[in-house]
Design a protein around this ligand. Structure first.
Ligand code: FES
Length: 102
């Protein structure tokens, strides 16, 4: 069994040259929101869900992006409602959210 049931990486990379990056879409704030919600839901810790920030995941033009392991499922998102949907569907119930997949 893996250490975490789900390990979620948010790209929070920021570029100062104006080229595409996830922080242009407030990725850091989205990551903080997800981390807060997971904690509120009592899902953080070993055997549960871990939310981490990551550097560039090399899918910048599709950003903002996150990836859920071990499912290797990539998502993009627009707002906290999208984050809630990923949490409620995928992380709580194991159902992938096709409309947000990349
Ligand atoms: S800056 Fe986020 S994937 Fe590259």
């Amino acid at each position: 069994m893996s250490f975490y049931k789900y390990h979620v990486f948010f790209c929070t990379n920021q570029r100062d040259d104006g080229s595409a990056c996830c922080q242009q879409h407030n990725a850091h704030e989205a990551r903080d929101y997800a981390k807060k919600r997971i904690k509120e839901l009592g899902l953080s810790g070993h055997g549960e869900v871990r939310i981490n920030k990551a550097g560039c995941l090399d899918r910048c033009d599709l950003g903002p992006v996150l990836v859920v392991y071990p499912d290797e499922t990539w998502y993009t998102f627009v707002d906290n409602e999208d984050i809630d949907e990923i949490i409620n569907e995928h992380l709580l119930n194991g159902r992938i959210v096709p409309r947000l997949q990349i």
